[in-house]
Design a protein around this ligand. Structure first.
Ligand code: FMN
Length: 281
């Protein structure tokens, strides 16, 4: 999660064993690729956990993205994911992230270029919304991207235009996505609140897996619940996770944002931190 997953967060998650693999937040490039040093620094906190790391990349130029993908693989990533889901206006207006879905032909060409430099064997996925403005767009997009070299899809059920608004039809949209990608795997995403919700969604969509972002902050042991592990309650999990964050020093820039995402805006924890910041300023 871009902005949330800074080093203390990654170390806290890793030390508590809350995930089995990583997909990084996006590393964005525009007209030129970043250097090897920046790529290594970006991947370092994930790689130090010893877990497999998929590097997520974002941009518009296939040649530059291909160069970035190769640098990520050389630095230790085991797979590449292309971000085609970010709905931020700044990103979309430049044609990157979710903006890439507006031009399926160009996006397919970008995928082909990246595939040609990373080789056939490297896992190469796309994280996408169901469309830019209409979820029906995915029925054209998914097969086109599969033809171009994508081997796995991570799909957030909303369109780019829908941002994070409440919209109906999650199961139906994701079932269509899984059917459009078949036999390639689809990992479904969006608003998965607890293990029961996740298991029902898997069953009803025929998807191959679940991707959970905000839910993991509200219940840090959520992914382990799927393994029936004996895990702490969400409340206790938040407490332990917050303590681990403190231990890895989350006093820096994004502590307020993390506390808001973990405990919620109305929580005593968030209000106390806001008060503390006001007193200090
Ligand atoms: C703060 C924040 C940062 C995010 N950063 C990324 C990112 O870098 N790459 C990505 O693919 N998705 C990113 N997402 C989107 C999530 O992966 C996910 O698609 C979305 O939050 C819906 O799933 P959820 O309801 O489980 O949170 C981000 C979401 C949030 C809230």
């Amino acid at each position: 999660m871009e902005g949330a997953s800074q080093t203390p967060f990654v170390r806290a998650v890793g030390s508590l064993g809350l995930v089995r693999r990583w997909m990084t937040p996006f590393l964005r490039v525009s007209n030129a690729c970043c250097g090897e040093k920046k790529v290594r620094e970006f991947l370092a906190p994930y790689l130090e956990s010893g877990l497999p790391v998929t590097a997520q990349i974002m941009g518009t130029r296939g040649d530059v993205l291909g160069e970035l993908a190769v640098k990520c693989l050389e630095a230790g990533a085991v797979g590449i994911d292309l971000n085609c889901g970010c709905p931020s206006k700044r990103v979309v207006s430049g044609g990157a992230g979710g903006g890439a879905l507006k031009d399926p032909l160009r996006l397919a060409e970008t995928v082909r270029t990246i595939r040609s430099v990373i080789g056939q064997k490297t896992p190469f996925s796309v994280k996408m919304r169901t469309g830019f403005s209409d979820p029906e767009e995915m029925t054209e997009l998914i097969p086109r991207l599969a033809d171009a070299g994508i081997d796995k899809f991570f799909i957030h059920f909303r369109t780019v235009r829908e941002q994070y608004l409440p919209v109906p039809g999650r199961t139906e949209r994701l079932r269509k996505a899984a059917a459009a990608a078949s036999p390639l795997p689809v990992i479904v995403n969006g608003d998965i609140s607890d293990a029961e919700d996740g298991l029902t969604l898997l069953e009803e969509t025929g998807a191959a897996g679940l991707m959970i972002a905000r839910g993991l902050l509200r219940d840090p042991w959520l992914l382990l619940r799927f393994e029936n592990a004996d895990v702490p309650s969400p409340e206790e999990g938040r407490r332990r996770f917050s303590a681990a964050l403190e231990a890895f020093d989350a006093h820096g820039g994004n502590k307020l944002e993390l506390v808001r995402m973990i405990w919620g805006e109305d929580s005593p924890e968030f209000r106390a931190l806001c008060g503390e910041r006001r007193r200090k300023s």
